[in-house]
Write a protein that binds this ligand. Structure first.
Ligand code: TMP
Ligand code: MG
Length: 215
C-alpha cells in the first residue's frame, strides 16, 4: 500500500530481560518480510548529549539526578523529528527503550513521578509499547548484571515497581492497546513468536497520525 504509514513500536524491560536480542530478531524478521524498518536505541549514545549520558552510565562523570534525567529526555527530543519523518514515509521504527524507562529509572532514584513525566510531554507517541517481564527466578538464573550504573538487584527491583505505575499511567492516558506485557521467561524463539503475534495488528492496519505522548 503506497501511502500507508509505518509504525512506531517501543520495547521496554529491565536490564537482562532479553530486550536487545528480541529487538534485533524483530528488525531482522521485518526486513526479511520486505518492510522498511529502522532500529532506534535509547539512550542514543552517538550524539553529543548521548556521549554525556554514556560517561554518566559508565561512572566516568557525576551528574545531579535532575540533570541526567533531563539529558535522557533531551536525547529523545533530538531524535523526535527523525522518528516522525520516517514513520510518515512508511518506515517501522523500533525503539529499544524510550520515555517509559526515563520515568521508571529516575523515579526509582526518588524523583517525583510527575516531574519525571513532564519533559517528555509531546514526544511521538508509540503505537505500541511491548514491556518484557521476567520472573525474579529466571532473572537470577541469567547471572550477574553488567558494570553500568543501575545494574544492581536493589535498583532493578525499584525500577520494576515504577514500571507498574508507568504501565497504569500509559493505559489511563492512552488506552489499553498502547501497552502490552509479554512474559520473557521462555526461550528466545518462544518469546519472539509471542512478540510477532502481538504486533501484527499494529503493522498490518492503516493507522492515524502519530499521537503525542502524555497529551
Ligand atoms: P541500555 O542498557 O539499554 O543502553 O540503557 C542504559 C541505562 O540507562 C539502563 O540502565 C536504563 C537507563 N535509562 C534511564 O535511566 N533513563 C532513560 O531515559 C533511558 C532511555 C535509559
Ligand atoms: Mg544496559
Amino acid at each position: 500500500m503506497a501511502n500507508q504509514r509505518g509504525a512506531f513500536i517501543v520495547f521496554e524491560g529491565l536490564d537482562r530481560s532479553g530486550k536487545s536480542t528480541q529487538v534485533g530478531a524483530l528488525v531482522a524478521r521485518l526486513q526479511r518480510e520486505g518492510r522498511k524498518v529502522r532500529l532506534q536505541k535509547f539512550p542514543d549514545r552517538t550524539t553529543r548529549i548521548g556521549g554525556m549520558i554514556d560517561a554518566y552510565l559508565q561512572s566516568k562523570s557525576e551528574l545531579d539526578d535532575h540533570s541526567i534525567h533531563l539529558l535522557f529526555s533531551a536525547n529523545r527530543w533530538e531524535c523526535a523529528n527523525a522518528i516522525e519523518r520516517d514513520v510518515s514515509s512508511g518506515t517501522i521504527v523500533i525503539a529499544d527503550r524510550y520515555a517509559f524507562s526515563g520515568i521508571a529509572f529516575s523515579a526509582a532514584k526518588g524523583l517525583s513521578f510527575q516531574y519525571c513525566l513532564n519533559p517528555d510531554t509531546g514526544l511521538p507517541l508509540p503505537d505500541r509499547t511491548v514491556y518484557l517481564t521476567l520472573s525474579p527466578e529466571v532473572a537470577a538464573s541469567r547471572g550477574a548484571y553488567g558494570e553500568e550504573r543501575y545494574e544492581t538487584l536493589e535498583m532493578q527491583k525499584r525500577v520494576r515497581e515504577q514500571f507498574t505505575l508507568v504501565a497504569e499511567e500509559t493505559r489511563r492516558r492512552h488506552g489499553d492497546d498502547r501497552w502490552a506485557e509479554i512474559n520473557a521467561d521462555g526461550t528466545v524463539e518462544e518469546v519472539e513468536a509471542l512478540i510477532w503475534e502481538n504486533i501484527q495488528p499494529v503493522i498490518m492496519e492503516p493507522l492515524q497520525c502519530l499521537g503525542k505522548l502524555w497529551t
